[in-house]
Design a binder for this molecule. Structure first.
Ligand SMILES: NC(=O)c1ccc[n+]([C@@H]2O[C@H](COP(=O)([O-])OP(=O)(O)OC[C@H]3O[C@@H](n4cnc5c(N)ncnc54)[C@H](OP(=O)(O)O)[C@@H]3O)[C@@H](O)[C@H]2O)c1
Length: 339
């Protein structure tokens, strides 16, 4: 049987904000799995902000994408041919061969990148790319292991209506925190407040972000979950409580800068308030995945945490989905539905 796939190649390295011209859809033939391989039809693929860092041609904590080659990223799909005893036709898997419809790859290579079977009876397949996957574990690791969150803490979350931020907000609320969220539209703020966030601030329209945070958290912030950087970080530092912790997860406001921006002008507060700032990468917290999934299951069953998704249809719209991460024109986890 002849198989074909449409793949998304990196066509060129973006200069500042990415555009659709940086992506190219190509048709490829796929050879069905031989010994040690599986062939997978992807149903969902993820677009994530970290992929912007892989489009620079420069090695960071992940290897750069290569111009003229297919991009990679999280995806879930169904096995349609198997040459490996651990996997059968019909198994659903999560893996890192995204940005393509169909592919054949070596199982050992894929396992090294996180290939695993998923159970879709209780949790929908696409949630393994969001709340039950990498973004969810990022939220958990950053809040509890890096931010050292404790019940009763006041937590400030930037990018609060995003894939990671929305999970941070709900976890902190479920565990007795007071939560203040920063988001880029009134609709996102309304959604946050409808999910228990004590105070949601539209950082684009508020006159003075630092004062708005001070009003929402008069006793200061114990944990700042940093997704955005720039003005949000400066406003957060102004409002940190004594011995506060900043879990530096990402700084999306900086990812498309052509030149580095000056840092916050108020870093002296780190000394005066005895603050801790720690960056982290979720791949170094995989050992907490089982602990997180157990907690997530309990919270989901109790109706205390919900997944929010924005979906683009078809591989032709994968580039558009990616650009929506930077325009902010989406809510919760941004996904592409491939079948
Ligand atoms: N450390 C790790 O291991 C790890 C893992 C996963 C993600 N991350 C990081 O976590 C952060 C959130 O990731 P995510 O997957 O949850 O993405 P996301 O929040 O679902 O999507 C990105 C959001 O960022 C906001 N944004 C975009 N450009 C902005 C700008 N210039 N200034 C302020 N806000 C901007 C937009 O929301 P608004 O409309 O609210 O502005 C947008 O919806 C990112 O920085 C990402 O790199 C880190």
């Amino acid at each position: 049987m002849s198989l074909t796939s449409r793949n998304v190649n990196l066509k060129s390295i973006p200069d500042g904000m990415p555009t659709l011209d940086n992506f190219e859809i190509v048709n490829v033939d796929v050879v069905p799995a031989k010994d040690g391989e599986i062939t997978v039809r992807n149903h969902w693929m993820s677009v994530d902000p970290y992929m912007r860092g892989r489009m620079t041609g420069i090695k960071s904590y992940a290897d750069p994408f290569v111009v003229g080659e297919v991009m990679t990223g999280g995806a879930v799909g169904e096995i349609i041919h198997s040459g490996h005893p651990d996997f059968a036709v019909g198994d659903q898997v999560v893996h890192m061969n995204g940005w393509r419809e169909v592919f054949t790859d070596n199982v050992d290579t894929m396992k090294a990148m996180g290939l695993r079977k998923i159970d879709t009876r209780m949790i929908p397949a696409q949630a393994y790319l969001g709340i039950a996957g990498m973004p969810g574990l990022t939220a958990y690791a950053g809040l509890y292991k890096v931010g050292e969150f404790e019940p009763g803490n006041t937590v400030l979350v930037s990018g609060a209506a995003g894939a990671v931020g929305s999970v941070v907000c709900q976890l902190a609320k479920a565990d007795g925190g007071k939560v203040i969220g920063l988001a880029g539209s009134d609709d996102k703020c309304k959604w946050l407040e409808s999910h228990g966030v004590d105070s949601a601030i539209n950082y684009k329209t508020t006159e003075n972000l630092s004062k708005s945070i001070a009003k929402a958290a008069p006793n200061g912030i114990d944990v700042y979950f940093e997704n955005v950087g720039g003005a949000a970080l400066e406003a957060a530092i102004n409002n940190m409580a004594m011995f506060g912790r900043i879990a530096a997860c990402g700084m999306i406001s900086q990812y498309n800068n052509a030149a580095p921006e000056p840092g916050p002008s108020n870093l002296v507060n780190i000394v005066a308030k005895s603050l801790k700032i720690q960056g982290f990468i979720v791949t170094n917290y995989q050992n907490y995945a089982a602990e997180y999934v157990t907690k997530l299951g309990q919270l989901m069953a109790a109706g205390k945490i919900k997944s929010e998704e924005t979906i683009e249809d078809g591989i032709d719209n994968a580039g558009t989905a990616f650009l929506r991460l930077f325009s902010g024109d989406k809510q919760g986890k941004m996904l592409v539905k491939l079948t």
